[in-house]
Ligand binder design. Structure first.
Ligand code: COA
Length: 341
């Protein structure tokens, strides 16, 4: 493979803007409704809707993995961008649920889609992963090191949810979204500003304790379901609002735009109340916010690319629109971007 890799030019060209030139998404068929969850744990449809805004979520089949969903979304993004898989220089897969800890699920996807020239790696920034990936891709493109980067967010969160824990099992779902990034075409400005950050002092408020070297899987660990998502909901909520707001403000300021210049905000789809607090602080009405959490719940790194794909396909987002993307996740991590579509 290495021999086929294109040598990285290191020209003294000025930096160039990167843009998304094609998107794709994949959602598994199986719908899990709040009514079904009422039969699994002590919860109600009313509680879930009023506290989170989620009505249903998708669940991947037993033999359907993060790489399968990511590859399906990627194939669609490749077709929309009108490129060939062999044009891709780099595959970045943002996920917290890789098929295996190693090798990366990104390598599986690279093979599945025939991106034979590409380097590939998994990126772990939890729910902020897609935006982290987009920002990394931007650096390769802006510096002329790469022409075409595929960024994917794909998650099989159902595989790490404790289906007996009502605090978490109502929140998450499975799915994938993907974007092809290249230099901004003539007349398009693409990415205008980005921001990313993390706070490792907060690792324990949203995490999966077991499955890594810190707590290898043993029968005791399995019995205690430590290989599943553990979360202090209230603390995560509080941090999410503050961090998303601060990051969004930073990206906006760097872009030279104000909230009034934004046609759309695409936030991470964790909780409708988090989203409305953030957008209210920014001064953006909910009529300018793209939402899909009612149908898909929190698909972590896949939320934003799925929302981007669906809203551009439906014609909601139009060429020339100014978008703010903003996310928050375990780590803790956060990221945002302002771009012209
Ligand atoms: N159904 C019914 N009751 C539930 C429930 C459920 N699914 N989940 C929790 N409860 C209960 C709690 O046990 C608690 O009961 P108690 O008062 O007897 O202890 C009560 O509801 C209220 O819990 P509270 O934590 O105050 O609710 P909340 O308003 O904070 O909402 C979350 C809970 C999880 C929805 C909210 O905190 C949240 O969204 N946090 C952020 C989570 C997140 O986004 N994570 C991913 C980030 S990327």
């Amino acid at each position: 493979m290495t021999m086929k890799n294109r040598p990285h030019p290191r020209p003294s060209h000025p930096r160039r803007n990167a843009a998304i030139v094609g998107t794709g998404a994949y959602l598994p068929e199986r719908v899990l409704t709040n009514a079904e969850l009422e039969k699994m744990v002590d919860t109600t449809n009313d509680w879930i809707i009023t506290r989170t805004g989620i009505s249903e979520r998708r669940i991947a089949a037993a033999d359907e993995f993060t790489s399968d969903m990511g590859a399906a979304a990627a194939r669609m993004a490749i077709a929309k961008a009108g490129i060939s898989p062999t044009d891709i220089d780099l595959v970045i897969l943002a996920t917290s649920t890789p098929d295996t800890i190693f090798p990366s699920a990104a390598c599986r996807i690279q093979h599945m889609i025939g991106a034979t020239r590409a380097a590939a790696f998994d990126l772990q920034a939890a729910c902020s992963g897609f935006l982290y990936g987009m920002i990394i891709a931007e650096q390769f493109i802006a510096s002329h090191a790469h022409e075409t980067v595929l960024v994917i967010g794909s998650e099989k969160l159902s595989s790490i949810v404790n289906w007996e824990d009502r605090n978490t099992c109502v929140l998450f779902g499975d799915g994938a979204g993907a974007a092809i990034m290249q230099a901004a075409p003539e007349g398009k400005r693409g990415l205008l500003a980005t921001d990313m950050g993390s706070d490792g002092a907060q690792t324990d408020i949203l995490h999966m304790p077991a499955g890594g070297c810190r707590m290898p899987i043993t029968p005791e660990v399995l019995a205690q379901k430590k290989n599943s998502i553990h979360m202090s909901g209230k603390e995560v909520y509080r941090y999410a609002v503050g961090a998303m707001n601060a990051s969004a403000e930073r990206s906006l300021q760097l872009s030279g735009l104000s909230a009034a210049d934004l046609q759309w905000v695409i936030p991470h789809q964790a909780n409708l109340r988090i989203i409305s607090s953030v957008t209210e602080r920014l001064g953006v009405g909910m009529d300018r916010v793209i939402l899909n959490l009612e149908r898909y719940g929190n698909t972590s790194a896949a939320c934003i690319p799925i929302a981007l794909h669906e809203s551009s396909e439906s014609g909601k987002i139009k060429a020339g629109d100014n978008l703010l993307l903003v996310a928050f996740g375990g780590g803790l991590t956060w990221a945002s971007a302002v771009l012209e579509w």
